[in-house]
Design a binder for this molecule. Sequence first.
Ligand SMILES: [Zn+2]
Length: 434
Amino acid sequence: MNAMSAPPPVRRALVNGPIFTGTQVLHDHALVLEDTRIADIVPRAALPPKQAWLDVDGRLMVPGFVNAHHHAYSALATGCACAPSADFMAVLENLWWKLDAALTTDDTRLSARWTALQCLQHGATMLVDHHASYGAIRGSLQVLAEEFECAGLSAVLCFEVSDRHGPAATASAIEENVTFLPTPRTNKLFGLHAAFTLGDATLAQVRAAAPPDEGFHIHCAEDALDVTRNHNALLARLAAFDILRPASLLVHGVHLTDAELQAVAQAGCALAHCPDSNMHNGVGALDLVKAHALGVRVVTGTDGMHSNMLKSYKTAYQLARHLHHDPRVGFAETLAMYHATQALAARFFADSTGRLAQGMRADIAVLDYRPHTPLTDDNIWGHLLYGAAEAAVHATIAGGELAYQAGVCTTIDVPAMTAACHAAAAQLWQRMRG
Ligand SMILES: [Zn+2]
């Protein structure tokens, strides 16, 4: 095709609502999209009259949310009955390890598709997933990549290596991390479950298998048992196997000591705070205020509990105040956590910054929230925590595509997927019981 016959790039604009770029609030501006990117952010008056594309009718536009820790594989557990679990180990043994051992490749595909829908419904356009499907390991990351990309999402993938299902499964899980090839909308970390299910021999194998510049994605001190089963030297053990890399993502950190939190800060790892999950499992809670004060780069994720990042920020905010019995804390820390979480986008994708900026990928959430009080650079976080966090998402634009609007998802056949999930879950639960 010669240049003369190439069609002109398609330009369209989002108009008629305030814009939070990630750093700045703009009024009376329009977001101009060109194919998959943000071409410009211009004063509304400067927009050619015929370019309007989506009138957001006063709603707030924000950067698509980044979820720093998710488990798509947990999707078919909704409503699954399991034996009462008195502690965290029992939760793992009675539910999660039975489920991941019984998952088929088709289950993984449906779980990813359903999770992608939840992300789009809540304005999330990128997730860092931590996958386990010990019933069908090989090729599972490719299946996740296909589903997330098809839905319009960007994703960072890994398979959680663990010794819990025997040496052959461990070797296969390591291989799955090594052989998965990132695609344009996916990137990778090296997945590890948690140090208490990983022997020294496996950690040595992992150290040898992981490229030196690749980060690890590992649960860390979620429950006290991860500390005691590592002889009260969890961080030292992770350091000994070169897991505390700047590119690594540790998850939870609930039971880390002050000195260990300082070591995490010094190593430059990110620490994913998952407040809804921690409260749900009764394992305690990360002291976000303290971690922040000690210099830890805290990000946040939903840990398979849900896909609503604003809900996570709100929970983290309230939990910080509850822990400290102090209504002065939590605001600055959750805002810093928001910026650190959104900044993960730039770490994994050259065309994303987690912000709305010229030339970057058009990942945008239109919140069903019309600011009813003055909105400025200084009070945007208050609007998000107290106003938008209680509102639905009106529309999600993923890579320039209107993937979700007013209850309708354009990238997923929702009725067909829901019916398939019903059938797959019934069979999965049967296998888990067997
Ligand atoms: Zn997790």
